[in-house]
Ligand binder design. Sequence first.
Ligand SMILES: Nc1ncnc2c1ncn2[C@@H]1O[C@H](COP(=O)(O)OP(=O)(O)OP(=O)(O)O)[C@@H](O)[C@H]1O
Length: 263
Amino acid sequence: MSATELAAGAPHPPRGQAVPDAVLYLDGVSVVFDGFRALNNLSLIVEAGELRAIIGPNGAGKTTMMDVITGKTRPTAGVVRFHDHDLTRLDEATIANLGIGRKFQKPTMFDALTVFENLELALKAPRGPFSCLRWVLDRTSRQKIESTMAEVGLTARAHDRAGVLSHGQRQWLEIGMLLMQDPELLLVDEPVAGMTDQETEHTAALLVRIAGARSVVVVEHDLEFVRALGSKVTVLCEGSMLSEGSIDHVQNDPRVIEVYLGR
Ligand SMILES: Nc1ncnc2c1ncn2[C@@H]1O[C@H](COP(=O)(O)OP(=O)(O)OP(=O)(O)O)[C@@H](O)[C@H]1O
């Protein structure tokens, strides 16, 4: 049973059984806080190289879902797998080291350091027997920093301090810092809140560009931005998946219109 077949609606395999091409696999996940179900039997599959948008009204469970994937919150029930790793048994640091990066709304960088220096700090420290080959590693690191700056559109700001960047540029730098860690799955929380229209467009193009080489899950309220992503959209409501498909499909789904878009 492949992730594509499951995503098309085929029945899920028995709990705990790996799905070959799924990077992220949630099945029957519930989170109960003091009797309140923040997640209610949620199932979700993200494939390799997929860009997925998650939308839903306030309190739908979007943040709780991200918290479950990153190990911040333990599910009360259900399966959460990253490839064949059972994430419900791992702590946050171990999950991050497996290759799951998370970008929160508020950027966390050093304002007094330049764009280049912030990316350099975010680079994984060289490990192993070749770490003495400083020159080779330095050249490789420099190339990686330069390609990441190009990827997020900050090459022209390389030697400017992070503190003088615009709000949008700070968000892109933070995404670049996460990319330096080579995540296989990137979780992005409301990336365009407070951005100008032009910054929002740039961010959509950036996320489309970086998905493909890794999977990207974006939680966002801005539906025009979600449309620009051109990706599959999952609508959460009251902790469950309400609808899934293209932005046109979910925007025309009467259940979505009733509980979310029609408000
Ligand atoms: N630690 C907690 N203890 C109790 N209730 C919580 C806790 N965390 C979240 N909740 C509740 O769970 C529900 C889902 O919250 P969550 O933050 O996941 O929703 P969301 O979709 O991210 O909402 P928003 O769009 O407003 O950020 C909310 O009703 C929230 O009040």
